[in-house]
Design a protein around this ligand. Structure first.
Ligand code: NAP
Length: 604
C-alpha cells in the first residue's frame, strides 16, 4: 500500500469541523465513569496461575522492584550488569511479563515491530520469529530475560505490594505485601506500568448480567476453548458480545468472529485501522545484523516518531507513515522546513482520508462502513493495524452495534441495550481497556508514604511534581518509571530501557560513592515540573482537538493533565538529557544524604 505517493485533494476546514462534531458528541462525562474492578472478584482474579499460600518473606535487599513486566525486567537486568546483586522483584501476576502475562486474548500480538519492541534481544541471543510477534512468544521472551539474568530466584509472584513506608532513621523503605511479607529496601523502583488495572465501565445494570463475562486481560479459555493462536472451539452455539473497539478488540474480534455463533461488536468510537503486513523474519536480514543493531533500530524508530530526520526510516511501517510523508514533502521542497507542524497536520489529514477510503472499499454494507470510519487525527488514539478486522463485518454472523458515541446504555441479566434495542447474549466480553486517569495509588494498589509519613496521593493531589519523571521530593531513593514528565515513545520498551539504564547508573553511583539517600531538591523539582508545563503547549492544543480517550484524560484536558504529560521537547531530547546528566557525574538537582531525607518526625 502506497502511503506517500498519492496525495488526495481534501477540504481541511470541513474535516476539522467534522472532527469537532464527533469529539463533542462523545464528550459525555457521565458515560466515562468506571467501576473499581477489584470489587468484581470474578472479573479481576488471575485465571492463569495457582495463587495458593506460600511462606512469608522477611529480608533486606538493596533494590526492590514493584512490577515484573518489561520495565521491571529491564531495570533488574541493568542492575545485575552494574553488579547490584541483592534485588527483589514483586509482581502481582504469576510470572514475568506484565501486560503480556495478563493479555493472552486470542490474536494478541505486538503492534510495534517486535525487533524493536521485545527488549534485550542481543543480550539474550534471540530473534523473534515474525515481524509482529504473538503474545505467547512475547511472554516466553519475558521468561527468557528472567532466566538469562537469573531473576527467578529474586521474584515473588502472585504478590501485591500493599504499602511502602520510608523509614528515615534506617534510611530505607519498609515494604509490606498481601502475602504477609515484610521486607526492607534501600531503593524502590515502581514499574507498575501505565495500563495495569482493567477498566470496567459503569454501565447501569452491569452487575446483573447472568451470562458468562470476563475482561480481555483475564481471558477465560476454559469457557471459549482455544488459545492465543489456536481457534476457540466452544463458542459455536454462543451469542457473544464484546464492548470496546480499541487496540485489544481490533486483535481479538477476528478470531471471535470465526468462532462465535453470532458476534455483536458494541462500538462507541471506531479505531483507525490500517494495513498490518506481518511476515516471518527474513533469514537474510537476520544474517545481516551487526552488534548494536537493536539499540540503533530502536533509536531510529523513536527519531522518526519525534520528527528527527537525520537518518532514513528503517522500520518503515504504519507508525512512521507521517514521518515518511513529511520527509517526502521536505525533499521535494526544503524551503518548507519552518512549516514542519503544518506539513505534519496535512499528512495526518491525508492519511486519515486514506484510512476511511479503505474502509469504504473493504466493508460491503455502506451503513456499517460509514459507522466504522474514524473522524480524528491519527495519534488522538492508539492507531491500530490489522489485515482481517474490517473484513469481519462482511460476515453474516457479525453485527456492528454502533452506539453513535454514547456507549452501551444498559445491561440486563441476558442482554446489552443500545438505542432501546436489546441484544440477547450468552457471553459478554469487556475490551474496555485500562484505567489511566485515576489516582496513581488506586492503580498501583498500594499506599506509599514518604518522609514524615506523607502519602504520595497527598503530595500529588494537585498534580504530579518530579525531577525527570523519575524522582519526587519527600520520597527518597524511590524511582518512578512512567512516561509522565519523562520521555514518551510509542515503543514503550525503548523508553523503559533508557530509564532502566539511568536507574542502574544511579544506584551503582550511590553505592560507589557511599551515598545513602538521594532525592530531588525543591528547586530542581519545581524547575522540571515547570519545564513540563512550559513545553506542553503544542501537545495540549492537539489533545483538545481529539475525541475522548485515554491519551487525553477521557477528554478532560485539565492543568493536571498538562503537568503529567511527557517532556515536550520529545523523547530524543529526553534521552540525551539523561545521558548528559549521567556524564556530568555531579548528581545535579539531587540532594545527597540530605536532612530532608531523614525522617523529620524522628529528628524532631
Ligand atoms: P482502549 O484503547 O482504552 O479501548 C477501550 C475501548 O472500550 C474503547 O473502544 C472505548 O470506547 C470502549 N469503551 C469504554 N467504555 C465503554 C462503554 N461504556 N460503552 C462502549 N464502549 C466503551 O483499551 P484497549 O483496546 O485494551 O487498549 C489499551 C492499550 O493497550 C492500547 O492503546 C495499547 O497501548 C495497548 N495494547 C497494545 C497492543 C499491542 O499490540 N502492543 C495490543 C492491545 C492493546 P472509546 O474509544 O469511546 O472510549
Amino acid at each position: 500500500m502506497s502511503d506517500v505517493a498519492e496525495r488526495p485533494v481534501i477540504d481541511i476546514e470541513a474535516l476539522r469541523a467534522r472532527y469537532r462534531v464527533e469529539r463533542d458528541r462523545r464528550a459525555t462525562p457521565a458515560g466515562r465513569t468506571y467501576l473499581d474492578i477489584t470489587g468484581f472478584k470474578e472479573l479481576h482474579a488471575d485465571p492463569y496461575s495457582d495463587t495458593s499460600a506460600r511462606a512469608a518473606v522477611d529480608d533486606a535487599v538493596d533494590v526492590l522492584i514493584v512490577g515484573g513486566g518489561f520495565g521491571g525486567l529491564l531495570t533488574a537486568a541493568r542492575l545485575r550488569e552494574a553488579g547490584v546483586e541483592r534485588i527483589r522483584i514483586v509482581e502481582v501476576g504469576g510470572d514475568f511479563g506484565g501486560t503480556w502475562y495478563w493479555n493472552r486474548y486470542p490474536g494478541a500480538a505486538c503492534d510495534i515491530e517486535s525487533y524493536i519492541y521485545m527488549p534485550l534481544l542481543e543480550e539474550t541471543g534471540y530473534l523473534p520469529t515474525e515481524r509482529y510477534a504473538k503474545a505467547d512468544e512475547i511472554r516466553a521472551h519475558a521468561r527468557r530475560i528472567g532466566e538469562h539474568f537469573g531473576l527467578y530466584d529474586h521474584a515473588l509472584f502472585s504478590t501485591q505490594v500493599t504499602s511502602l513506608d520510608w523509614d528515615g532513621a534506617a534510611a530505607n523503605w519498609q515494604v509490606a505485601t498481601d502475602r504477609g511479607d515484610r521486607m526492607t529496601a534501600k531503593f524502590v523502583v515502581l514499574t507498575t506500568g501505565p495500563l495495569n488495572k482493567p477498566k470496567l465501565p459503569a454501565i447501569p445494570g452491569i452487575e446483573t448480567f447472568a451470562g458468562h463475562s470476563f475482561h480481555t486481560s483475564r481471558w477465560d479459555y476454559a469457557y471459549t476453548g482455544g488459545s492465543n493462536t489456536a481457534p476457540m472451539t466452544k463458542l459455536g452455539d454462543k451469542r457473544v458480545g464484546i464492548i470496546g473497539t480499541g487496540a485489544t478488540a481490533i486483535q481479538c474480534v477476528p478470531p471471535l468472529a470465526a468462532a462465535a455463533g453470532h458476534l455483536f461488536v458494541f462500538q462507541r468510537t471506531p479505531s483507525s485501522v490500517d494495513y498490518r503486513g506481518n511476515a516471518p523474519t527474513d533469514p537474510a536480514w537476520a544474517a545481516s545484523l551487526t552488534p548494536g543493531w537493536q539499540q540503533r533500530r530502536m533509536e531510529n524508530f523513536t527519531k522518526q516518531m519525534a520528527g528527527v530526520f537525520d537518518e532514513a526510516d528503517e522500520v518503515g511501517d504504519g507508525w512512521t507513515v507521517l514521518a515518511r510523508a513529511v520527509r517526502a514533502r521536505l525533499t521535494e521542497d526544503p524551503s518548507l522546513a519552518p512549516r514542519f507542524m503544518e506539513l505534519l497536520e496535512t499528512a495526518d489529514f491525508e492519511k486519515m482520508v486514506s484510512v476511511r477510503d479503505n474502509i469504504g472499499r473493504t466493508v460491503t454494507d455502506p451503513a456499517t462502513a460509514e459507522a466504522l470510519k474514524p473522524w480524528f487525527s491519527l495519534f488522538c488514539k492508539r492507531p491500530c493495524f490489522h489485515d482481517d478486522y474490517l473484513g469481519v463485518f462482511n460476515r453474516p454472523n457479525v453485527t456492528l452495534v454502533d452506539t453513535e458515541g454514547r456507549g452501551v446504555e444498559r445491561i440486563t441479566p441476558d442482554a446489552a441495550i443500545v438505542g432501546g434495542k436489546a441484544y440477547a447474549l450468552d457471553c459478554l466480553i469487556f475490551a474496555t481497556g485500562f484505567e489511566t486517569s485515576t489516582d496513581f495509588t488506586r492503580r498501583a494498589g498500594f499506599a506509599m508514604n514518604g518522609v514524615g509519613g506523607l502519602p504520595l496521593a497527598s503530595k500529588w493531589r494537585n498534580g504530579m511534581t518530579t525531577l525527570h519523571g523519575l524522582f519526587t521530593r519527600g520520597f527518597p531513593n524511590a524511582f518512578f518509571v512512567s512516561q509522565a514528565q519523562a520521555g514518551m515513545s510509542p515503543n514503550f520498551p525503548h523508553m523503559l530501557s533508557e530509564q532502566a539504564r539511568h536507574i542502574a547508573h544511579l544506584v551503582a553511583a550511590c553505592r560507589d560513592a557511599g551515598i545513602a539517600t538521594v532525592e530531588p531538591s525543591a528547586a530542581a523539582e519545581a524547575e522540571w515540573t515547570q519545564t513540563i508545563v512550559a513545553t506542553s503547549g503544542e501537545r495540549l492544543k492537539f489533545l483538545e482537538t481529539c475525541t475522548p480517550g485515554y491519551y487525553n484524560g477521557e477528554g478532560n484536558v485539565s492543568p493536571q493533565v498538562a503537568q503529567s504529560l511527557p517532556y515536550g521537547a520529545g523523547p530524543v531530547a529526553f534521552i540525551e538529557l539523561l545521558r548528559q546528566w549521567r556524564a556530568g557525574g555531579d548528581f545535579a538537582g539531587l540532594e545527597r544524604d540530605g536532612a530532608h531525607a531523614r525522617n523529620q518526625e524522628q529528628a524532631a
